[in-house]
Write a protein that binds this ligand. Structure first.
Ligand code: B1M
Length: 210
């Protein structure tokens, strides 16, 4: 098993200390911070996400895995800034109003950061106005919205309407994601793209800033 596979496995198992040790070891051995994130931490969380979907893992285990991933990120993230000081672009991201789920959104944010984007993470349960204010303040190229509940998906459309109302809809590309969100829904509400996962979000953001 490679060190990257070991770190992914430790994330899946939720071994917080082991992830931190392995991440530090890889850093000491000269591994690229971005690779540690992609091949180790995100790889592990991808498996966690997939096991969730199949009901093979449950909430407490996911939260421990997320904690383990964060332990690795704490070590690797400061080095990312050194690796590439020029930002690939700015992404404002958040979970829409009424929705408290943030594990997937945080993962997407981390992957975007790993890819060199400046990420303004607004958090959870965000009224449309907070997205509007953030776009005015940070002038991002991309806005990402997350919803994990079918009942909060309409808040995505409301947010797009609020951006239109404020006259700033065309300044940004909007991508939406979250387990119940689909490509069809994204089209229906006038988003620019649907992102099923973090790596697609990163690819799309790269396309959008070109
Ligand atoms: Co909630 N929950 N939850 N929950 N929860 C779900 C979503 C649910 C499917 C569980 C179920 O019933 N089987 C269900 C929704 C049903 C529905 O609407 N169809 C549900 C429910 C009902 C609820 C409550 C209402 C429960 C209750 O209180 N009765 C409540 C709602 C609270 C609220 O939000 N107002 C609730 C609460 C919670 C917890 C607080 C306990 C916890 C959240 C903790 C947290 O996020 N900090 C929680 C969790 C953990 C889950 C499950 C188990 C896991 C979600 C998760 O983190 N997945 C979930 C069941 C499931 O998914 N199997 C469930 C892992 C994560 C990596 O995947 O979030 O899909 P995901 O993110 C992916 C992609 O979707 C995508 O990329 C990520 C990485 O690949 N993506 C984006 C996500 N956001 C993106 C944004 C983008 C792009 C891609 O922007 C560009």
């Amino acid at each position: 098993m490679s060190k990257f596979e070991e770190i992914a496995e430790a994330v899946i198992e939720g071994s917080v200390d082991e992830v931190a040790e392995l991440a530090q070891g890889l850093v000491d051995d000269g591994a690229e911070p971005g690779e540690i994130i992609k091949q180790g931490l995100v790889e592990g969380m991808d498996v966690v996400g997939a096991r969730f979907k199949k009901n093979e893992m449950f909430v407490p285990e996911v939260l421990i895995s997320a904690k383990a991933m964060h332990a690795g990120m704490d070590i690797v993230k400061p080095l990312l800034a050194d690796e590439d000081e020029s930002s690939a672009g700015t992404v404002v991201i958040g979970t829409v109003e009424g929705d408290l789920h943030d594990i997937g959104k945080n993962l997407v944010a981390m992957m975007l950061e790993g890819a060199g984007f400046e990420v303004v993470d607004l958090g959870i349960d965000l009224p449309a106005e907070e997205f509007v204010e953030a776009v005015k303040e940070h002038q991002p190229e991309v806005v990402g919205m997350s919803a994990l509940l079918t009942t909060t998906m309409p808040a995505m459309e409301e947010t797009i309407a609020a951006l239109e109302e404020a006259g700033i809809r065309d300044q940004v590309k909007i991508m939406v994601g979250g387990a119940p969100v689909t490509e069809e829904f994204a089209n229906e509400i006038g988003a620019d793209a649907y992102a099923p996962d973090g790596s697609t979000s990163t690819d799309l953001a790269r396309e959008f800033v070109q």
